[in-house]
Design a protein around this ligand. Structure first.
Ligand code: PFF
Length: 487
């Protein structure tokens, strides 16, 4: 079978790799503070509803789009209809942008891991504005990802995920237990994180929960299409989807349990600022600093865990772009991966410089209408593009292929749908796309209201560019499949 040659070797390897993509900075860092600000347990509940109503269906669609074509997202969409291949190109363009800022943050986590025994408290303003150091650590992170991608899907991505994901989970569990056993302050920390406050839930909290679900599950970015394309009949995508969503949510919940009790125990006054870049790179190092000698070890383990999570996520982003380049231009995996890494690394340099200068210390520097480049890239991809791309996935399954045929194809390719059979058609045609539209329109309106219209303009310009590029350079050309990858 063509996709067997360079696909995932086992169901568990696939689940761990896709979970590796899903579990990242979004879980360990963004989820806890978004939950704390958005009504605690009320936000958690809302988040779980979003995962169930939007996440599960979209993930299933993306896996199936990839699997039925055993090819990159452009070919996969093109096989559904030749005029919608550009949906796939949008799906590949988004990761290309995310890599450029995700690697900068990945570089930060490498720095903080290695520096744990010297102490990270208070280093953020100096480190983030030290251009040489930021570039160095971003490069280290990018090279780690490159080495894994060059190994291929089975021997690189799958093998790495089978080792790193259990390790990540063990460390997280250990840190959470440690934090919950600290005694004084634990209750206060838990209260800060989870105390249900339904009055804090506004429409923008709902939007935040939906957006967080997309980002956290790596949806709407081609990655799950790409990973799905490397699966064969022996992998049940419904079971895998359920496991990935459960792992992802569990890790996000645990992350809050690891962070807030410790902050409240060592310095409750820090809780009020516990959000954004500051939470991970300024507040937590202070907390580790006040733990004494054990703090160095906890800091090392914690940041190593975050670095692992970021690495397995960035690998999935690089893989999507690499897959397209190698199949479309018929080059080797090594060349394609190297090219993608080099270009993204070059773009990540101004992003890193801008984050430090403009985003962290608040000086003048490279920015887009005053917004640092990392926030700009993040907003463009997450607020507007991601939901659009997830919408495309539901659209083609629900309306182009049709839910009945799609379900038959899924069952033919080894997936048992069980009770989903009853609800899938209505979900994929109406419920999920309608909710995604709410995220898209709500996101656009909130950006315009906040005076950040340039985010919206840039995002839709990118969609236009992707469509134009498709019709000019991809539609008539052969865009390749997984079988084109020579090992
Ligand atoms: N899901 C990752 C996180 O939560 O940090 C980020 C991510 C990885 C987004 C891969 C998108 C993607 F394709």
């Amino acid at each position: 079978m063509e996709n067997k040659k360079n696909g995932f070797a086992s169901g568990i390897g696939f689940v761990l790799s896709a979970a590796g993509s899903a579990i990242g900075l979004g879980n360990l860092w963004a989820f806890p503070y978004k939950a704390a600000k958005g009504g605690g347990a009320a936000f958690v509940l809302l988040y779980i509803i979003c995962v169930l109503l939007i996440g599960v269906v979209t993930m299933l669609c993306e896996f199936h789009i990839g699997r039925r074509a055993a090819a990159n997202p452009v070919t996969a969409y093109k096989r559904i209809h030749k005029n919608v291949g550009w949906f796939g190109l949008v799906g590949v363009a988004i990761p290309a942008f995310i890599i450029c800022y995700y690697s900068v943050l990945g570089g930060y986590t490498v720095k903080y891991t290695l520096n744990s025994f010297t102490g990270n408290a208070g280093i953020l303003p100096t480190f983030s504005t030290n251009v040489g150091e930021v570039i160095l650590y971003t490069a280290i992170f990018a090279v780690l990802a490159l080495v894994i991608i060059m190994g291929g899907v089975k021997d690189g991505i799958e093998r790495m995920s089978k080792i790193l994901m259990p390790l990540l989970f063990l460390i997280l569990l250990g840190v959470a237990v440690y934090s919950l056993c600290l005694g004084d302050g634990v209750r206060e920390g838990l209260n800060f994180y989870l105390n249900p406050d339904f009055s804090a839930v506004t429409f923008s909290t709902v939007l935040a929960a939906m957006g967080q679900a997309f980002f956290s599950l790596s949806l709407g970015m081609g990655t799950m299409i790409s990973y799905g394309s490397y699966t064969g009949k022996e992998i049940n995508t419904v079971k895998s989807t359920a496991m990935i969503c459960i792992f992802d949510t569990l890790v996000a919940l645990l992350a809050g349990l690891a962070v807030f009790p410790a902050v409240a125990h060592f310095d409750p006054s820090l809780l009020k600022d516990a959000q954004g870049v500051g939470l991970m790179f300024s507040i937590l190092p202070e907390v580790f600093g006040s733990m004494g000698a054990v703090g160095q070890v906890v800091s090392f383990l914690f940041f190593a865990m975050v670095a692992i999570a970021a690495l397995t996520s960035v690998v999935s982003l690089v893989e999507v772009v690499t897959q397209l380049i190698l199949q479309r231009f018929r080059v080797s995996r090594r060349r394609a991966a190297l090219g993608v890494t080099l270009v993204c690394f070059a773009v990540s340099i101004p992003v890193g410089i801008s984050l430090g200068r403009v985003g962290i210390v608040g000086e003048a520097g490279i920015s887009v209408f005053g917004m640092d480049l990392l926030t700009f890239f993040d907003e463009v991809t997450n607020t507007v593009l991601m939901p659009a791309s997830a919408f495309f996935a539901c659209l083609v399954i629900g309306w182009f292929i049709g839910p009945r045929d799609a379900m038959r194809e899924m069952e033919d390719s080894g997936t048992r749908l069980g009770f989903l059979k009853k609800i899938f058609p209505a979900m994929v045609r109406f419920v999920t796309p309608a909710l995604i539209l709410v995220v898209e329109v709500g996101g656009v309106i909130s950006k315009i209201r906040a005076g950040q219209w340039f985010v919206v303009v840039a995002a839709y310009a990118l969609v236009g560019l992707a469509a134009a590029a498709y019709f000019l350079f991809f539609k008539k050309q052969e865009t390749g499949t997984n079988a084109d990858e020579t090992l």
